[in-house]
Design a protein around this ligand. Sequence first.
Ligand code: C5P
Length: 460
Amino acid sequence: MIITIDGPAGSGKSTAAKALARRLGLRFLDTGAMYRAITLRALKLGLDLASEPALARCAAQADLHLDYEEGNLKVRLDGQDVTDDIRRPEVTDQSHFIAAAPGVRAVLVRLQRQIAQELGGVVSEGRDQGSVVFPDADVKFYLVAQPQERARRRYEELRAAGQEVRYEDILEAITTRDRRDRQRAVGPLVKPAGAIEVDNTHLAPQETAALMAAQIEMMQATSYSNPHLRGWRLPPSVAPTPHLYRFFRRLFQVVFAAVWQTRIFNRRYEPTTGPVVYICNHQSFLDPILMSMALRRPMNYMARDTLFRVPGFGRLIWALNAFPVHRGTADTGALKEALRRVQAGGQVVVFAEGTRTRDGRIGSLLPGVALLARRARAITVPVVVDGAFECWPRWQPLPLPGHIVVQYGRPILAEEAGQMSADEFVARVRGDLIALQAALRRRLGRPPLEYGNSADREEN
Ligand code: C5P
């Protein structure tokens, strides 16, 4: 796993990289320290900083090591600990010569890649990490903050260290460094392609790290950039009849928009690839159609076996990815088929209450869903439908027009699910669904549904 953090001086990259690395169990790589070390070496040797070949030789001959002691970076240069020396003001001031020398950059880029490979993954921060050094990084961040705020941070840092400095001077130095970083010909500071920009002007360091960690979690759950999901394709056995599926989906979208003003919230939680189990509450016969409209990838779902015996209709829903379930029994055949489809990289939607709600509330979930999600090592996404019950309660023969909303919840990763018992998993998903329903109804100005303890006991 390689995570890159690029950004201008004083944007909090080091602090963020350190915190993130600790959270993820990775090492962090402070590439600025490497440029500083070479600067220090060049200064010690009294080199002409305008001579590119001399600087390149200086980098190539340097014996540079980054060690980690209790999570802190130690920089060793030619056998000496220079961890503190490289932070000296003259090093900071002169480092732009070294950073602009192509020969130096070539040496350090090679070293950075080598370190990442040896460590098996890093959180690497600098100016060119996502753009030049690790263009295929799993997650890239671009950290920014307003110059005044960056200058203020540096000012407080230096004052705390007992140095007499003026805020105006620091602001000017930062502005100059920004310009040099952005304008140099090799490895300039840019926002790397595909990077997530985080502006932390108003964030505390730990808030920045938490935000970034949440982003990584989200991307692992939902993005092509997740290495565990890369390359997943729907195999033919799970692929729908695309034209037919698309035709019906389009048709439903038009009809549902007109009759039920259907809206879908939090669609970003739909993983773009790989095996997924959606656990959805069940309000009416409209739910499977709503889900097929909500999901961008084709869905697989269970339908009552008797429906497959209806001439014509059975064939149609089969072609639209339904598979039969025998109600009223623990149908292991249906569960196996669901598992097969999920394991093949498909998306399966489960209405885990097994039957439509009687009062709008979410009942207890069938334990089979835990087996499905955990066995398939799939991402689980809770989904709530709201308003369908009001339009079409189970005692009413036909649906009435109204207002229906579908909202996705935060995905539960396979690793997380794997750490829970089946009971814990089911309880967690139901809890998520109930919370999601409450939040959604609040958002829509609908009265909340009561889930008192007694009601829960009744359900279970
Ligand atoms: O981040 P820090 O201030 O420690 O960086 C020191 C110097 O190294 C800066 O002048 C910066 O431009 C340069 N640098 C670079 N490429 C990196 C990291 C730092 O050119 N990847």
